[in-house]
Design a protein around this ligand. Structure first.
Ligand SMILES: C[S@@+](CC[C@H](N)C(=O)[O-])C[C@H]1O[C@@H](n2cnc3c(N)ncnc32)[C@H](O)[C@@H]1O
Length: 261
């Protein structure tokens, strides 16, 4: 199994491995993680909401190897999702753990409701991507992020932060479904302190890992795709060594200097 570890800022560690999300989460000790931030590859949206002969989420085929998809999707049945949420709750610190999970409009209604069975759901955040994507009726311009806590006690950094976040989507992304670092930065900024351990079991291009470094956190990430591990470890290495993000131009997603609208 491919695994890469990077040290920065003397004693902070970014650890990235190729693995299935459930196997990876099961390998982590109970109550060892302060914060989960993640953007799963839901199969539901793709299977059920087709747009003509194409797919609504990501142009996998264009970017795939030998015409195949770039990556597999997580089988997002309720059964599977419950195992996933059970593991997320087990690894999160009790009372102080925070979790942010991204949802498209399909999975929000089918799986989002399950979050309540495992966590205290505090907000549904809307990420406004500014530019429209595809869609049969109203063209898609947003995604959702459910924010929840593992118990009730720890607050976010301050009370001035809104539940609509405005960041431009990544233009000509090198990894399909690559999210702006700013989206993960908003989650980690609000819910972490220096030295916290952040986990993302659907790492993709590594945007969450870059955001963890910006917030001086430790990071544990995995993805089932080797391509993801190759791309994200190269990205993390260059970011640590040269302060250079090779997949996203600094500030390219920011639309306003107010937090975050
Ligand atoms: C929506 S993408 C994540 C994109 C990422 N947030 C970014 O900004 O680049 C979802 C990722 O989940 C991965 N994936 C799919 N099934 C998985 C599984 N069973 N375990 C772990 N990762 C999986 C895919 O390879 C893909 O990279």
């Amino acid at each position: 199994m491919l695994k890469k570890t990077f040290e920065y800022d003397k004693n902070k560690v970014i650890s990235i491995e190729q693995n299935d999300c459930l196997k990876f989460l099961k390998s982590l000790p109970s109550h060892s993680v302060d914060l989960i931030v993640t953007d799963p590859a839901y199969s539901g949206m793709n299977n059920k909401l087709k747009l003509g002969s194409g797919r609504i989420v990501g142009k996998y085929k264009d970017k795939g190897l030998n015409g195949s998809k770039w990556f597999s999707e997580f089988e997002d049945t309720e059964e599977n999702y419950k195992v996933f949420l059970t593991e997320c709750r087990r690894i999160l610190k009790k009372d102080t753990g925070h979790i942010y999970i991204m949802f498209d409009s399909f999975s929000l209604l089918s799986l989002g409701k399950l979050m309540r069975e495992y966590f205290d759901v505090k907000n549904i955040i809307t990420w406004d991507k500014i530019n429209m994507g595809m869609g049969h009726y109203f063209r898609r311009r947003h995604e959702f992020i459910i924010f929840a806590t593992n118990g009730n006690s720890r607050k976010i950094k301050n009370r001035k932060l809104p539940d609509v976040w405005r960041f431009k989507r990544v233009h000509r992304a090198k990894y399909p479904t690559q999210k702006p670092v700013e989206v993960f930065n908003a989650m980690i900024y609000a819910s972490s302190r220096e030295g916290f351990t952040v986990c993302d079991p659907f790492l993709g291009s590594g945007s969450s890992a870059i955001a963890a470094i910006k917030n001086k956190c430790n990071f544990l990430g995995c993805d089932i795709s080797k391509k993801s591990i190759d791309i994200s470890s190269d990205r993390v290495e260059k970011y640590i060594d040269k302060n250079l993000d090779i997949l996203q131009k600094e500030g390219s997603s920011i639309v306003s200097d107010t937090l975050w609208g």
